[in-house]
Design a protein around this ligand. Structure first.
Ligand code: FES
Length: 276
């Protein structure tokens, strides 16, 4: 019997209102307990559906269909990369993310995790391979870091520091590359472009048309902006494009050298899991 029945003998209107409130309270408690149980079940199911694999012996978990690179980052393991953008279709073009699986070298960004997979990441061989790729990218273009607007925020430069690159093992090519400053918002500095295709894959207008495309072939391959599609680029989008470019090839106009030395992305924290 409720306390109100005991006190008033029969149901008063106040008594029944409070009784109702109590019932609602009990229902809410039951609801939240059910929700907690359901959440636990969902979490348990998700965990049991995770794929177990290892990177350099460290046990890791991945979602079904996840690539090795994203899964590594989710598990706090840094695999160096340049062309990958999370959530965007992989290109596998830079090869910096090379890892070894079952003795074979493969790109972590395009390789899905398989149950029990044993990934080698930090070995002397892979470090040298990645360093050689970084050196090749430097000699193929014209990268003069001290004069570059992206210095301190450039992923190529940050990787060169990470791999302690001094003098590249390959001869410099000093290619002739044209700069395209026709667009109102974005300038293309092709001397620094590493042809990673991040811009082509990441930016489309409302109708699905890409702002950028590859133009020409072979040694002449270059990034081109579609002036018609990019005619209405907003300042925000231009900034996003500049930030997505891993080097200083796509620059938002009037934005260069905006951040003072000491406050740029890689000034305090070197490239890695904490700063990618
Ligand atoms: Fe994997 Fe470029 S990040 S190939």
């Amino acid at each position: 019997m409720s306390i109100f029945k005991k006190l008033f003998g029969k149901k008063s209107s106040i008594g029944s209102a409070v009784e109702k409130k109590e019932e609602v309270k009990i229902e809410a408690t039951v609801d939240s307990e059910t929700k907690i149980e359901e959440d636990k079940e969902i979490k348990h199911k998700a965990m049991s559906e995770k794929i177990k694999f290892t990177i350099d012996g460290k046990e890791c978990l991945a979602d079904k269909g996840q690539n090795v690179l994203d899964a590594a980052l989710d598990n706090g393991v840094y695999i160096p990369f340049l062309c990958h953008v999370r959530g965007v279709k992989q290109a596998g073009s830079c090869r910096v993310c090379n890892v070894k699986v079952a003795g074979r070298t493969m790109t972590a960004c395009t390789t899905p995790v398989a149950p029990g997979m044993e990934v080698e990441n930090e070995t002397a061989e892979l470090t040298d391979l990645r360093k050689a790729i970084i050196e090749a990218l430097f000699v193929e273009g014209n990268h003069f870091c001290p004069a570059c607007e992206k210095s301190g925020n450039c992923e190529l430069q940050a990787l060169a520091y990470k791999f302690e690159m001094m003098v590249p093992r390959f001869p410099y090519e000093f290619p002739q590359k044209a700069i395209d400053a026709d667009n109102d918002k974005i300038m293309i500095e092709r001397n620094r472009c590493i042809l990673c295709k991040r811009c082509v894959r990441s930016f489309q207008d409302d109708q699905g048309r890409s702002y950028f495309a590859f133009n020409k072939r072979g040694h002449e391959l270059e990034i081109k902006i579609d002036q018609e599609v990019a005619a209405n680029l907003t300042d925000e989008k231009a900034q996003e494009i500049m930030d997505t470019c891993p080097v200083g090839a796509l620059l938002k106009k009037e934005k260069g050298f905006d951040e003072p030395i000491g406050t740029r992305k890689f000034d305090k924290t070197p490239i890695g899991c904490d700063n990618i």
